[in-house]
Design a protein around this ligand. Structure first.
Ligand SMILES: Nc1ncnc2c1ncn2[C@@H]1O[C@H](COP(=O)(O)OP(=O)(O)OP(=O)(O)O)[C@@H](O)[C@H]1O
Ligand SMILES: [Mg+2]
Length: 311
């Protein structure tokens, strides 16, 4: 018995001379949520494709549910559920028919959930009789995930499950993911949203140009990136100089005439900061409170901002 749901060592994949995965190592304990965080083109979908047996790696090993993804692909497939980046639903069928078809393919009765329950859970009961061609992007993604749950897979791969969802649908998706994990399911989730990984994941790995540049709990990663800070923009370099002397722990950007002052963004801290500006007869042109996002993570971990791959 192993307690790892997913074990990956030295995984490599190239398309032609373009190296997409350059030696990936990761280990996902059973019953946890693992999030692979990265910008467009980082290699997230390629990783999911290899782990779900849809694509062969060029090197390294990957075991899912204790089985090798290349040598024992069939055994792996029997144990996983996959919701791809692009919804794999049949346009011509209704939502209900899509779910029923999946039930039939899974030899109905093996799963715990009924079609009606799934429709209800995903807020799709009202649209159940409509052809999927009339569904919005978010409705398709929800239907796609509902279909993945049929057959009760113990390891589920979700490739950017909430990209393009409105805030309410995103919360519904998060609740469903948490529910699955509390039932012992292992989730491998890719996302471009730091907040999502932070909210859901037990462990996060940051993927950049085919390499994992950081791995850890959300707390461990956040300690490596700049926290919440106030950004002040000044009218002149002289003002910026003066302010940088007043706020000794700040970071300056001479080109943008801005100063980043670390702080928690609470009203007490903000008032103290404004008072200090006043006491020193300094005036900021612009003032904003900034919470770290994916760009900050990348800047801190790689020294460069997220680079969107030209496809
Ligand atoms: N079948 C393919 N043939 C050639 N290049 C590919 C293929 N699939 C992916 N790539 C390239 O591999 C790189 C990683 O792609 P991948 O789809 O894994 O990124 P991603 O992290 O999922 O990005 P996104 O956030 O946009 O979904 C990209 O440069 C992409 O152009
Ligand atoms: Mg992708």
């Amino acid at each position: 018995m192993t307690s790892s749901a997913i074990e990956v060592a030295g995984l490599r994949k190239a398309f032609g001379d373009k190296i997409v995965l350059d030696g990936i190592d990761l280990d996902v304990p059973a019953g946890t949520i693992f999030s692979l965080l990265g910008p467009n083109g980082a290699g997230k979908t390629t990783t999911v494709n290899v782990l779900t047996t849809l694509m062969r790696a060029d090197g390294g090993t990957a075991r899912v549910a204790g089985h090798d993804v290349t040598a024992q692909a069939k055994a792996v497939r029997a144990r996983i559920g996959v919701t791809g980046q692009f919804a794999a639903v049949d346009e011509l069928l209704t939502g209900r028919e899509n779910l029923q078809l999946m039930m039939d393919l899974n030899r109905a009765g093996s799963g715990r959930r009924t079609v009606a329950e799934l429709l209800e859970r995903f807020d799709l009961t009202g649209a159940a009789q409509k052809s999927v061609s009339t569904y919005s992007g978010g409705m398709r993604r929800k239907l796609d995930l509902a279909m993945t749950l049929i057959g009760d897979p113990r390891i589920i791969f979700l490739d950017e499950p909430t990209t393009g969802l409105d805030p309410r649908s995103r919360r519904t998706m998060w609740d469903i993911i948490r529910e699955l994990v509390s039932g012992g399911v292992t989730i491998f989730l890719t996302t471009q949203y730091l907040e999502e990984a932070d909210q859901l994941a037990d462990r996060i790995a940051v993927l950049d140009q085919g390499r994992l540049v950081a791995q850890g709990t959300p707390g461990e990663l956040k300690r490596q990136i700049p926290g919440t800070h106030v950004r002040l923009r000044f009218a002149s370099a002289t003002d910026l100089d003066a302010a940088a002397r007043v706020f000794a722990d700040s970071t300056r950007d001479d080109d943008g005439l801005t100063l980043r002052v670390p702080g928690d963004g609470g009203t007490t801290t903000l008032r103290a900061l404004l008072d200090r500006l006043d006491e020193n007869a300094l005036r900021a042109e612009e003032f904003s409170v900034h919470t770290p996002d994916l760009d900050d993570v990348f800047l801190a971990l790689t020294g460069h901002a997220t680079e969107v791959d030209a496809k």
